[in-house]
Ligand binder design. Structure first.
Ligand SMILES: [Zn+2]
Length: 179
């Protein structure tokens, strides 16, 4: 079966394996966008294969913890049958928040690749450095940001532009969409 193409970036050609997996995370983010959710997508990779995919479902489920990363970790733990996601890497389109960074440490993800930096709430390196072992946890998570950064950031920017173009009532309803 042919793989579904990205709607926003149908012509994007990943230059390497890391970009290839981030491109898959972008496709997940598009599923969130389809549901009028903030476009954040996440995949977890093990042994060079996609183990699980997830996207932000906070509004759909009316649940504050339904960030793409937490949903992906939940799926992966169920699939593996262990809370330890040893040798698993995460690809997520936006720098994780504090909650997700904590869940990433707890699940012992090996490395996180993220797309866009989140200057307002990014907990990996922008506003905080949760992965730093000096905070008292003993699992070191590696990370690398800025993978397909332009595409991931544009997706967020366009989403908020779309929200701003809507009537005041829906903007008020959605203005705390990221917080
Ligand atoms: Zn989060």
């Amino acid at each position: 079966m042919p793989k579904r193409k990205s709607v926003l970036y149908p012509d994007l050609k990943p230059a390497n394996r890391v970009e290839y997996f981030m491109y898959e995370a972008i496709k997940e983010a598009e599923k969130a966008l389809d549901k009028r959710e903030c476009p954040i997508g996440c995949i977890i990779v093990k042994d060079d294969k996609i183990l699980v995919r997830a996207h932000n479902l906070r509004l759909t489920r009316g649940n504050a913890i339904c960030h793409a990363e937490v949903l992906a970790i939940d799926k992966a733990c169920r699939k593996i049958g262990d809370f330890r996601l040893n040798d698993c890497d995460m690809y997520v389109t936006l720098e994780p928040c504090t909650m997700c960074a904590g869940a990433i440490i707890q699940s012992r993800i090996r490395k996180v690749y993220f797309g866009a930096y989140e200057p307002k709430s990014g907990a990996v390196c922008s506003c905080n450095d949760i992965f730093n072992v000096s905070h008292g946890h003993n699992h070191q998570v590696e990370y690398e940001g800025g993978i397909l950064e332009e595409e991931c950031a544009a997706m967020m920017k366009d989403f908020f532009k779309m929200l701003r173009s809507q009537p005041i009532s829906s903007i008020l309803r959605d203005k705390d969409i990221l917080t």
